[in-house]
Design a binder for this molecule. Structure first.
Ligand SMILES: Nc1ncnc2c1ncn2[C@@H]1O[C@H](COP(=O)(O)OP(=O)(O)OP(=O)(O)O)[C@@H](O)[C@H]1O
Length: 635
């Protein structure tokens, strides 16, 4: 990366440039020049954590990023997606221009907020909460004059900035339509996000009959109050989020909302064409997004939430009863045992089903952001805060379910604050003297033994007791009494067949990654063997199939790998017929607490790393666990 040794400012905005750009220069002139020094991209593992924290945004942005990326590729430019702090999470587009962009640190892992990179499209759009184009010398830093950038904020239904979409080209590229294109794509992403809401949705447009692709959307709560809106709705109703949210829809739109395709009118009499969309009561995980370039036949199929089965149904019933009675539910279980899946089912069946399901991965939130992300903040509460402040994730769960995943990873200092919020059912955003009442159902989950963490002083005992009104233990996959039949059925659901020896070998495997690992292995098998012929034990991956009997001493035979593929320990904690499944005593089947499991897990990890030549990402994929989980286990 080449940046000037001393800060050099660009020629500056033309006198006739927009006032916003002059204002941005004035702001940047007051910044400490040290903030503008050569930026270092975040290390890969930290960037992965930030991506994980914004995984929903990345997932929902995928189709538009794909479409814009294809255009950028052919137009010698790059498309970037930044998080609400201005940190670039993702890039697509022309390889040759990406290389140029990297010379000025326009790349994933670098923050382009104004305090870091001066006037620029990402930072200025973030500051103003509005789309902007910054050409060549309008950039504050001279080195960035090689760029012409177009950025637009992606808004949540409540008007918070969730990210910034940017298209950056060489400075001589002045195609006027690019800013409008980026803005349209950013709005498309925001609409995808609204489309995931479990609330009823009013889709409408001004006028009657004629189709156009600007779709105004309002989210409505059970009392037909406006709970969210997209930018097109703000324009159609001449309002902003602060005026709309929480007001009765009838204050803005006349007409029978409960009828589909009813004739509607804006309050000033303007006709509207609208349609009320009621989402299904059991929310399915949205379909993985297909990139336009992938042919339909090879696109990943949408995976609905696995239905409750004989193992999880009794847990589900207990949890729903507890949540509806105002108790906090704590789900314990190894990674991949379905804690999040179960919590989504609990939400869908509980009295909170009409409200949102807000999942927070406490392990994935960067520590310095957890407090502001959770509790929200007032405008200007701290350096780098969004101009309009933030409601915070706790308030986003209002009227629904808050799912605190990996709660054992929450830093001690924050545990105190969380406890107070949960006890008082009120939150005080950073920089505010007001307290906001909170109403939601609370589910927490941990793969760690929280009791042991309490004993080690790493988890507050009072918070532990506050979270575990109803502790439930999800058994590991290997403890399923019907494991062989379950594997057989699951492979049949992929339209494949397994021979008895393959089923037997699969049922003997330890499955440290549980359901996630099993389904990853089955899908991979099916992909490698698409035909109708049944899969035998010899077709299984080496770490699952038992070693062939005559291999010892053969040239190239790896006795360590073979030893780690032998299955004897795998059924150590497998209950025999008539025995109970492991009980919910808080131990959570945690490998840390069980030497047998720990050795098993260690061996599976070593084998996966060896088979992947030390590549952690590939090893994590083999194990069917997330990379951050594998890093944590390797610590
Ligand atoms: N009973 C089940 N049947 C089939 N698939 C399941 C089941 N439970 C979970 N899965 C699948 O396993 C994967 C992991 O599930 P989930 O994210 O709920 O696990 P988790 O316990 O929350 O994991 P982690 O602790 O790593 O966050 C998902 O792809 C899910 O669809």
């Amino acid at each position: 990366m080449q940046t000037p040794p001393t800060i050099q400012l660009a020629a500056g905005p033309r006198p006739q440039a927009a006032t916003r750009i002059h204002q941005s220069w004035a702001r940047c002139a007051e910044l400490d020049p040290a903030l503008l020094a050569d930026p270092n991209p975040l290390p890969r593992a930290d960037l992965d954590l930030r991506r994980e924290a914004h995984r929903d945004l990345l997932r929902l942005a995928e189709p538009n990023l794909g479409a814009l990326g294809a255009l950028a590729d052919s137009a010698h430019s790059v498309v970037l997606l930044a998080d609400p702090s201005g940190l670039i999470l993702h890039e697509r587009g022309s390889r040759s221009f990406r290389d140029k962009a990297r010379r000025v640190a326009l790349q994933p892992g670098v923050s382009w907020a104004e305090p870091q990179r001066g006037t620029n499209a990402i930072g200025t759009a973030l500051h103003d909460g509005r789309a902007v184009r910054i050409h060549g010398a309008e950039h504050f830093l001279a080195c960035n004059s090689i760029l012409s950038c177009h950025a637009a904020p992606i808004f949540s239904a409540a008007g918070e900035i969730l990210g910034i979409l940017d298209l950056s080209c060489p400075a001589d590229d002045k195609r006027d339509y690019l800013l409008a294109l980026v803005q349209r794509m950013a709005r498309g992403i925001a609409d995808q996000i609204l489309g995931e809401s479990p609330l009823r949705r009013l889709d409408f447009r001004l006028g009657r009959g004629q189709e156009d692709d600007t779709r105004a959307i309002l989210l409505l709560d059970d009392d037909a109050r406006i709970a969210g809106a997209n930018e097109a709705a703000l324009q159609a109703l001449n309002a902003d989020w602060s005026r709309l949210i929480g007001t009765p829809c009838a204050q803005w739109i006349d007409g029978p909302l409960h009828t589909r395709d009813a004739p509607l009118h804006r309050h000033d009499g303007q006709p509207l064409t609208g349609r009320l969309v009621v989402p299904p009561r059991t929310p399915a995980r949205p379909a993985p997004v297909a990139r336009p370039a992938v042919p339909a036949a090879t696109r990943p199929k949408a995976r609905p939430l696995p239905a409750p089965d004989a193992i999880s149904s009794p847990l589900l019933d207990q949890a729903v009863r507890a949540l509806d009675a105002g108790l906090a539910v704590l789900l314990c279980g190894e990674t991949g045992t379905g804690k999040e899946v179960l919590s989504r089912h609990i939400h869908a069946r509980s009295a909170w089903q009409a409200g949102p399901f807000v999942a927070i991965n406490c392990a994935a939130l960067p520590e310095h952001l957890i407090e502001s992300e959770l509790f929200g903040y007032e405008p200007g509460a701290f350096t780098g805060a969004r101009r309009e402040g933030s409601r915070g994730l706790l308030r986003q769960a209002q009227g629904g379910v808050l799912f605190l995943d990996e709660i054992g990873d929450m830093p001690l200092g924050l545990q105190t604050r969380l406890l107070r919020v949960l006890q008082e059912r009120e939150v005080q955003p950073l920089g505010s003297d007001k307290r906001v009442p909170l109403e939601f159902g609370l589910i927490s989950a941990s793969h760690q033994d929280l009791k042991a963490l309490v004993a080690q002083g790493r988890f507050r005992a009072d918070l532990y007791y506050r979270l575990q009104d109803m502790p439930l233990h999800l058994p590991p996959l290997r403890a399923r009494p019907d494991l062989a039949a379950f594997i057989d059925e699951s492979y049949r659901a992929l339209e494949g067949r397994l021979c008895a020896d393959a089923i037997d070998a699969l049922a003997r495997h330890g499955w440290p990654g549980n359901y996630r690992e099993l389904f990853s292995v089955l899908r991979r098998l099916r992909c490698q063997h698409p035909g109708a012929a049944p899969i035998g034990v010899e077709d299984l991956p080496g770490d699952i199939a038992p070693p062939a009997p005559a291999t010892a001493g053969r040239p190239g035979h790896d006795p360590i790998a073979a030893a780690s593929a032998t299955p004897p320990a795998y059924r150590l904690d497998m209950p025999r017929d008539g025995e109970d499944l492991p009980s919910g005593d808080g131990a959570c089947g945690d490998p840390e607490a069980d030497p047998g499991l720990r050795a098993l897990e260690r061996r599976a990890i070593e084998q996966a790393l060896r088979a992947s030549q030390g590549n952690v990402s590939r090893a994590a994929r083999r194990l069917g666990i997330h990379r951050s989980t594998l890093y944590r286990k390797l610590k």
